[in-house]
Design a protein. Sequence first.
Length: 255
Amino acid sequence: MPDGKSLQAATSHDLGQNFSKVFDIEYTNKEGKRNYVWQTSWGLSTRALGGLFLTHGDDDGLILPPRVAPIQVAIVPVTDTVDAYVNSVKDALLAKNIRVFVDTSNESIGRKFNKWEMKGVPVRIEIGDKEVASDVVTVVLRDTHEKKQMKRDICALHIEDILGEMQKRLFQKQNNFIASRTFFIDSYDEFKKIMSMTKGFIHAFWCEDAACEKSIKEETKATTRCLSLDAKEEKGVCVHCGKAAHHRWIFGQSY
């Protein structure tokens, strides 16, 4: 997350037979005997939305990646004399399977602009008498706030490209951020320094002793977040206690 902390996302838990014994959930095995079921718990909750908002949002509100944005383009008519022109732009966008909404509410223009920024709609199109006279549309990008004009007959094609570029740009920006907050360290002093300042993901050897992890948490507020599925087995020493260790675990502070 932007503050360097780790957000727990999709989780899995081995519940064993703890709940099946409490709620008397049984099955018949191949020997014909009754047994309590073994259960797991898997979850991807609305917390993922919170992660999305924190990851891409800014001081002006949400920034939604185009692929997941319910509305990809918001058209805001600046005057009430441009309906036919607005509809032609909307139809061109719909023909490209772009999710579009025309804001015909009675709110002021400034409030409309602010509303769509806060909602994180990737692209806003402004159309007034000046645009009609020049046969153009004014396009505003949510992530960069760049404002540009383009010809009406090619705007749908350009906006399709703009949405694709924005998707890649947001993804790369976050990838770069994660890379800048990912550390491979062997010194516990460096471990403590990182967790007291920038925070982030630390890859470090750990002896896998729960008591050792408890001490690390008490001193740095960091715990093991996970062990990568592709983590290679290595020879090392625990970053905290110095005992033998065989994997670099990912440490981080959580909420």
